[in-house]
Design a protein around this ligand. Structure first.
Ligand SMILES: [Mg+2]
Length: 293
């Protein structure tokens, strides 16, 4: 979806909105029946955090670039090689969305570089995969502390609309900083279930591009994958969504990477969630389910 939204769905296909209870309980009162909102074809939505809910992509990509460029320069000097900088494509293809140390390994492998994995307690530095990841995290936290965390209004309002319609909202992020980041956003506790990097480590979940983290969030919400949609901005994340058999995978291509997201499993791609809405998403879920039959 890259153009107007409301008009793309033929009116005849629209299901009537289920009525929501107002009055005594106020606007926010939910009226979930056993089957949920009668007009809806899915029960839960799992959002990625960085780049979908929070405007933190620049902080991440900036911190990775500084870390890897410093590392690659040193390495080039030591090996008498040419320095090739860490590029935007490197970020999007090898690092974005993956658990931190897996991102380091995936990128280094792309350059034919092998480092010992090390341990998560390694000091920030250049000697191990964990050391590099930790260095990136120090820089990332510095950027966040200096610049704060903004959220995307379009995402927050779509999530709120979903909550009003009785859809359960979850968050699945590789981030080990989710609690701190969400705490800085000023959005109240919007997500009923949060599975982050810390939780993943505790439960032994495989990181994106494996679907485990999304499946865990859906399970925490009590909804099977086939009745949950995934909203993701990373190649690794849409691959995870496609692998997990979810009701719909929405790609958010803020980096001009719509094609990559589509090729890796997004059912639809928007540049920002303001380009779509709940009715259209609902119809897409219905279409995908019908065509899968
Ligand atoms: Mg992301």
């Amino acid at each position: 979806v890259e153009s107007e939204n409301d008009q793309t769905a033929p009116l005849g296909d629209r299901r009537p909105l289920a009525s929501t209870s107002r009055g005594a309980f106020g606007e926010g009162h939910r009226t979930r029946t056993e089957d949920g909102d009668a007009g809806l074809h899915f029960e839960a939505a799992i959002f990625d955090m960085d780049g979908v809910v929070t405007d933190t992509t620049a902080a991440h990509s900036g911190a990775w670039k500084q870390t890897f460029d410093d590392f690659l320069k040193l390495r080039a000097a030591n090996h008498d090689e040419r320095f090739i900088e860490f590029s935007r494509d490197d970020y999007l293809g090898f690092v974005d969305g993956r658990p931190r140390y897996n991102g380091v390994e995936t990128f280094l492998k792309s350059r034919g570089i092998e480092l010992p994995r090390g341990i998560p307690n390694d000091p920030p530095g250049f000697d191990t995969v964990c050391g590099l990841g930790n260095r990136k995290n120090v820089i990332f936290i510095q950027i966040i502390e200096k610049e704060g965390v903004k959220t995307f209004d379009s995402t927050v309002s779509l999530a709120r609309e979903m909550v009003r319609r009785g859809i359960k909202i979850g968050l699945a992020t590789s981030s080990y900083n989710a609690e701190e980041i969400l705490g800085r956003t000023g959005i109240p506790r919007l997500f009923e279930a949060v599975v982050d990097g810390v939780e993943s480590a505790t439960r032994g979940l495989k990181g994106k591009p494996e679907p485990d983290i999304f499946s865990a969030a859906a399970a925490d919400l009590g909804v099977p994958n086939g009745h949950a949609i995934v909203i993701e901005d990373a190649v690794s994340g849409v691959r995870a969504g496609a692998k997990g058999g979810f009701a719909l995978v929405i790609g958010v291509a803020r980096e001009g990477n719509a094609r990559e997201l589509r090729e890796n499993g997004a059912d639809i791609v928007v540049q920002d969630l303001s380009e779509t809405n709940l009715e259209q998403i609902n119809l897409l879920v219905q279409d995908k389910r019908t065509s899968a039959r």
